[in-house]
Each structure stands twice: as structure tokens, then as C-alpha cells.
Design a protein around this ligand. Structure first.
Ligand code: NAD
Length: 490
């Protein structure tokens, strides 16, 4: 049995208290490794290592820092396939989805390679008589990141490449359910020439998270996970004087107008709702066909396609179209939600339960119809392969219903009408919108812009907001008096 070490100051370190959790291959329900549940002692050691490393990394010329990122990017490309297979093995998503997970992460490294340009300040000579103004963006010190299970590569890479490129040292606490990818990402960064202690990985759960949030040596915390824990991390981190960005859960609607292009829209709906077995914070988990005829047509199309979907062990079958959910607890929770749908007035339009492998944590793809907007099926995140249909009569009604959600990550509209698209874009109250795009997740150049209960903080992850989050600004005003020079007779 592989025991996964913490990575502190360039060394593999076992935790002081020998408490471990099992790591599964969700496709088979088999234990593949065990991960330490570390605590405050390991966090302390990581902070000390990071602080020491920051003293030199934080003052190193930016072009030298960038050159390590360029080498890292090359190594990630060379190891692309192996990383994707690792993601599939510990998370259960299909190989194609795992490739997307790793590719999206590498795009952040690409972005961070341009740090010399991104971190430049502004200047304005003669802002007042003989006074010049210059701004500079400086790293914060030691930053920490706490990640969820659903994107073992991409989500940690929303955080550490930008933080480290800016000159910070970093401590990553990956999800204890998917620790293998995180260690591999750290090993490759070390191989690229990153000095020891700049990037540390401490494994564990709640204890590590709370120790990071309260440690006085940590300047900033990035969190991605469920809204309940996001709120907890945001309040605990802020109460301890830290800068915090905390992305939470979501409920995203796919709104289909009668004039939507059928084939591309169907592909987009299936990918959005059932890709990664519905375990994406940008998953389209509600389908709204505007008008009864549109809803009837889409119920038929989606149900038909689900009956043909290939659901299989993703670690053995590279062409599986849908894999398992993360663990037995998620599997039972989602099955229970489906089982109680009728009690809240919904109808099961398609249930794929009979078509899934018996080993592993599989849930059949499910389509629920006549879901009422006040029920938990609409309001709460299910985080599984379940698509709920709500039937609005008009675009106005659809928008009002969507705006009743507490979350605010994404929404998408499928239509050939510019006027419908414009109204949708203007009136929807959430941060990431798609027009004829199933998963409107912004690429690395843009920030991941959740609103409402999907985000707590001010500056989002990724993109230029990521650079601003991991740096603080200094404004320098200089007055050099030419009369003084003259008075000296020079
Ligand atoms: P989670 O909230 O259970 O766990 C996230 C992290 O918090 C993990 O590292 C975990 O160890 C830690 N944690 C768990 N319980 C804790 C507690 N009681 N106290 C302190 N820390 C704790 O989330 P998950 O199940 O790993 O991931 C799925 C969730 O993440 C979904 O809600 C999904 O929408 C969300 N998510 C959001 C985004 C986004 O950008 N908004 C992206 C990916 C995932």
C-alpha cells in the first residue's frame, strides 16, 4: 500500500500523528493508497520552510522566477498523459475529462510565465510639481491553497503557479480524496528548478484547514470547495487578518429557447450536465426549455441520448463517456436525492441506475422533469449526474426563476436570437455566462468570476485578479527638486 508523504522543504515527510485516510480508485471502489491526516505540527513545519524560502524567492529577479515557470510548463507538457491518467485513477473522471483538467491547469502556468509583464506597476511623471508617482506590486509572503476533489490538477493550479510566480512561497492542502496528483505536480515543479520550501504540500482535512486559517505566518488563503466550508474558511481566515478568496458551490441553469440549434445544443447539454459525472462547479444541473413544446422535445432528446451513453470503469476503458462519483458517501447521497424526487412533485423521465457497473461508486445518469423552483432539487447543489427540468413559459419567467437561486456561478442560453441573448446577459444575476456554450468556465487569462453564495471575497482566482490577490501595491511618490541642484552650483 502506497503511503503518500507530505512535501515540506523539498523533503518527503511523514506526519507526526500517524492517522491516515484511504484513497480510492472510484471506478473500482478499491483502496489505492493512504493519505496522512496531518495537523498543526505539519502546518507549522511547512510555514517555517516557506518563510525561509520566501526570503530569497521573493527578492529574486522576476525573469529568473519566470524561467523556472517556463521549465515547469515544459515538464508538464512532457508528463501530460501520465498526469491525466493519475487524475482518472484517483478521481474517476474519464480520460478525456482528465486531459481537460490537466490542460486547463497548464494554461494557468502558461499565463504565469508572463509574470514579468503581469506584475509591472504604473508610473506617472510630474503628477504634481516636480513629483513623480510609481506603483509596484510586491508578493505577500507565505500563501496557502485549499482544494476540492473534483479537479485534482486544475483547481490547485488556479492557485499556486500564480502565487509562486508573483514571488510568494506556497502551502497546498489538496483534497484528501485526490492527493496523488498534487504530489506529482509538486515533484515536477521541484524538477523544474524551484528552490526547496517555495512549494509545500500538507495533506489532511479539517485540522490542516483550520491551522492554515489561523496561523499568523500565512498572509493569504485561496479556497475552492463547497459553500458551507467556503464561508467557514472566509470568516476564520478574515478573523485572523488574512486576505481570503473562497469559491463555493453552484447551481447552473441551461436555458434552451425554441430556436436553439439541436445537435450542438444536445452535445453541450450532455457534456455540461453529465461530464465528470456532474461533479463540476460549472455543471449545468437544471434544464429549462422555454414553452411546453420545447421542454417536451428536449426531454425526448436528452432521455434518448442518456440511454446510449457508455458508462464504464474509466481506469480500464479510455472511451468511457461517464465515470463514477468520488466515493460511497456521494453515491448514497445522490441515490437518496433521486429516490425522494417523486415526494417533492418531480417525475423521473430517465433513470440509468440499471446500466452502471456494479463495482465502484457509480450513479446512473438521471433526468428529472417537472421540478418545482421552490424544491431542493432546484435550489440545492446535487453534484452528481442528475439533470432537473424546470418548465418556464417565457424567457422573463425563466430569468426570474434563475435569479431566485442563492448561488451565482454560471448560466447558459441556447438560442439563435441576439435579442434573447442580450436580455439574458443583462438580466441574469450570476458571474459566468454562456451563449451556446455548455460550460462557460473562463480560461486562465480571465478570472473565475462566481457571485452570491458561490464566492466569498473580493478578488477571484486566476487571471489578473489572481495576480492582484497574491500581491500588494506600494505607491512611491518622489520629489527631486531641480532648484536644489542649481543652488549647489552643479
Ligand atoms: P468540500 O468543501 O467538502 O472540501 C473542500 C476542501 O475543504 C477539502 O480540501 C477538504 O479537505 C476541506 N474540508 C472539508 N470539510 C471541512 C471542514 N469541515 N472544515 C475545514 N475544511 C474542510 O468540497 P469537495 O466535496 O471536495 O468539492 C466539491 C465542492 O466544491 C462542490 O460544492 C463544488 O461546487 C465546489 N467547487 C467549486 C468551484 C468553484 O470555482 N466555485 C470549483 C470546484 C469545486
Amino acid at each position: 500500500m502506497t503511503t503518500i508523504p507530505n512535501l515540506i522543504a523539498g523533503l518527503s515527510v511523514a506526519p507526526a500523528a500517524a492517522v491516515y485516510a484511504d484513497v480510492f480508485n472510484p471506478s473500482r471502489g478499491e483502496v489505492i493508497a493512504r493519505v496522512p491526516l496531518s495537523g498543526a505540527t505539519e502546518v507549522e513545519a511547512a510555514v517555517q520552510a516557506a518563510r525561509k524560502a520566501f526570503a530569497t524567492w521573493g527578492t529574486m529577479p522576476v525573469t529568473k522566477r519566470a524561467s523556472v515557470l517556463f521549465r515547469y510548463k515544459q515538464l508538464l507538457d512532457q508528463n501530460f498523459d501520465a498526469l491525466a491518467r493519475l487524475v482518472t485513477r484517483e478521481n474517476g473522471k474519464t480520460l478525456d475529462e482528465a486531459r481537460g483538467d490537466v490542460r486547463r491547469g497548464i494554461e494557468v502556468v502558461d499565463f504565469a510565465c508572463g509574470i514579468a509583464h503581469l506584475q509591472k506597476g504604473e508610473s506617472l511623471p510630474q503628477v504634481a510639481e516636480q513629483i513623480d508617482a510609481v506603483t509596484m506590486r510586491e508578493p505577500l509572503g507565505v500563501c496557502a491553497g485549499i482544494a476540492p476533489f473534483n479537479f485534482p490538477a486544475m483547481v490547485p493550479m488556479w492557485m499556486f503557479p500564480i502565487a509562486i510566480a508573483c514571488g510568494n512561497a506556497f502551502i497546498l492542502k489538496p483534497s484528501e480524496k485526490v492527493p496523488l496528483t498534487a504530489n506529482r505536480l509538486a515533484e515536477l515543479f521541484a524538477e523544474a528548478g524551484l528552490p526547496e520550501g517555495v512549494f509545500n504540500v500538507v495533506h489532511g482535512g479539517r485540522e490542516v484547514v483550520d491551522a492554515l486559517c489561523i496561523h499568523p505566518g500565512i498572509a493569504a488563503i485561496s479556497f475552492v470547495g463547497s459553500s458551507r466550508i467556503a464561508k467557514h474558511v472566509y470568516s476564520l481566515g478574515c478573523a485572523h487578518g488574512k486576505r481570503v478568496q473562497a469559491a463555493g458551490g453552484a447551481k447552473n441553469v441551461l436555458l434552451v429557447m425554441p430556436d436553439a440549434e439541436p445537435e450542438a445544443t444536445l452535445r453541450a447539454i450532455l457534456g455540461s450536465a453529465f461530464g465528470c459525472a456532474g461533479q463540476r462547479c460549472m455543471a449545468g444541473s437544471v434544464l429549462m426549455g422555454v414553452g411546453a413544446k420545447t421542454a417536451d422535445e428536449w426531454r425526448e432528446r436528452v432521455g434518448g441520448a442518456l440511454a446510449r451513453m457508455k458508462i464504464d470503469d474509466t481506469s480500464a476503458n479510455d472511451s468511457a463517456e461517464m465515470g463514477p462519483v468520488i466515493d460511497g458517501a456521494a453515491q448514497s447521497r445522490i441515490a437518496q436525492t433521486i429516490g425522494s424526487a417523486a415526494a417533492v412533485g418531480a417525475e423521473i423521465a430517465y433513470n440509468g441506475a440499471a446500466r452502471v457497473p456494479t463495482k465502484g461508486f457509480f450513479v446512473g445518469p438521471t433526468l428529472l422533469d417537472h421540478v418545482t423552483p421552490t424544491s431542493g432539487l432546484f435550489q440545492d447543489e446535487i453534484f452528481g449526474p442528475v439533470l432537473s427540468m424546470v418548465r418556464p413559459k417565457s424567457l422573463d419567467e425563466a430569468i426570474a426563476t434563475m435569479n431566485s437561486l442563492g448561488y451565482g456561478n454560471g448560466a447558459t442560453l441556447f438560442s439563435a436570437s441576439g435579442a434573447a441573448a442580450r436580455q439574458f446577459t443583462r438580466e441574469i444575476q450570476c458571474g459566468m455566462l454562456g451563449i451556446n456554450i455548455g460550460v462557460p468556465a473562463p480560461m486562465a487569462l480571465f478570472s473565475f468570476s462566481g457571485w452570491n453564495d458561490s464566492f466569498f471575497g473580493d478578488l477571484h482566482v486566476q487571471g489578473i485578479e489572481g495576480v492582484m490577490f497574491y500581491t500588494r501595491q506600494k505607491v512611491v511618490l518622489s520629489r527631486w527638486d531641480k532648484d536644489y541642484v542649481r543652488s549647489q552650483g552643479w
